[in-house]
Design a binder for this molecule. Structure first.
Ligand SMILES: Nc1ncnc2c1ncn2[C@@H]1O[C@H](COP(=O)(O)OP(=O)(O)O)[C@@H](O)[C@H]1O
Ligand SMILES: [Mg+2]
Length: 286
């Protein structure tokens, strides 16, 4: 599909003209499955022919390399987008999936927190940059770094919702209280409409009693906010990034691929329900 923007004619992958839903994948703990979820959820949604963009907001750039994109020095990245130094058309890349694009990260992001400290509205840099990009996609996912710093704050200010991966491990809920406090602060100071998309249990091992205990605890704490889809520990999910592929292109029959597909369905269903409620309340008012 063709669009005209900033007088440059260009295409996006699948594109329907809507206001895309922006979902940030967030947890300040490292290694809980944020990047794995970002890459594979965005890919499964793209397989359902929803135009999707994955924004890599982590200086480690694992989401970019997981989709086969490694920037060389000087190539524009999300860093240049935040600074409005480059138009998004020159940063966003196609991926092997028709409906999935990526806005890649580079190591420049490491210094962003300090470099941007004196800039005005620095917590809204991503939100502002997304104004022209949002209408081009049905879904935009943001892979956050493992901290609650400037980059994660920018993601939360730009997002409609936060998806929180929780690893089925010791201390699974450690830090989640702080994360929820941060979300509440962002809601009251910057983004009233930020929602919790849901808690996602990751790396579940059915042979491990502890895994079952964590599932029970998290469901107990957060009840209906926990996704029904639980992501199993699956070796295919950890192998696929080294081939620069999402798991659906590496082994679509794997348990990891199947569960990320069912997660993507849950998210699309929830959006359908929200749209239905909106239409109902507009109808009821008129
Ligand atoms: N469900 C899973 N099964 C097996 N390995 C996983 C799974 N989810 C993540 N991993 C692996 O665990 C490590 C950390 O996951 P990652 O998604 O990078 O976490 P984060 O982005 O939160 O730091 C990576 O090596 C990844 O391949
Ligand atoms: Mg990561």
């Amino acid at each position: 599909m063709w669009y005209r923007d900033h007088e440059i004619l260009y295409t996006t992958s699948c594109g329907s003209i809507t206001m895309g839903r922006v979902i940030c994948i967030v947890n300040q703990k490292g290694g809980v499955g944020k990047t794995t979820t970002s890459v594979n959820l965005a890919s499964c949604i793209a397989l359902a022919e929803k135009s999707s963009l994955l924004i890599d907001l982590d200086p480690q750039a694992n989401a970019s390399s997981g989709l086969g994109i490694r920037l060389s020095a000087g190539e524009p990245s999300v860093y240049d987008l935040l600074l409005s130094r480059e138009v998004h058309q020159r940063i966003i890349r196609r991926t092997a999936l028709d409906c999935l694009d990526i806005l890649p990260a580079s190591q420049d992001l490491i210094g962003a927190e300090i470099e941007f400290v004196s800039l005005e509205s620095r917590e809204r840099m991503l939100s502002t940059a997304l104004e022209t990009i949002r209408p081009l996609y049905d879904y935009i996912f943001i892979d956050c770094p493992p901290s609650l710093g400037f980059l994660t704050l920018n993601a939360m200010v730009a997002a409609d919702s936060a998806l929180i991966p929780v690893q089925c491990e010791y201390y699974a809920l450690e830090g989640v209280g702080n994360l929820l406090k941060t979300i509440r602060r962002v809601q009251s100071a910057f983004n009233h409409s930020l929602e919790i998309e849901g808690f996602l249990l990751t790396m579940f091992d059915p042979r491990n009693n502890l895994s079952h205990q964590v599932v029970a605890d998290v469901q107990d704490h957060f009840s209906s906010q926990v996704f029904d889809s639980i992501i199993p520990r699956n070796v295919r999910l950890s192998e696929s990034p080294s081939f620069g592929k999402p798991v659906v292109l590496y082994d679509i029959t794997s348990s990891g691929a199947l569960r990320y597909m069912s997660l993507s369905q849950e998210i699309m269903n929830a959006e359908g329900e929200r749209d239905g409620e909106k239409a109902y309340s507009i109808g009821a008012r008129s």
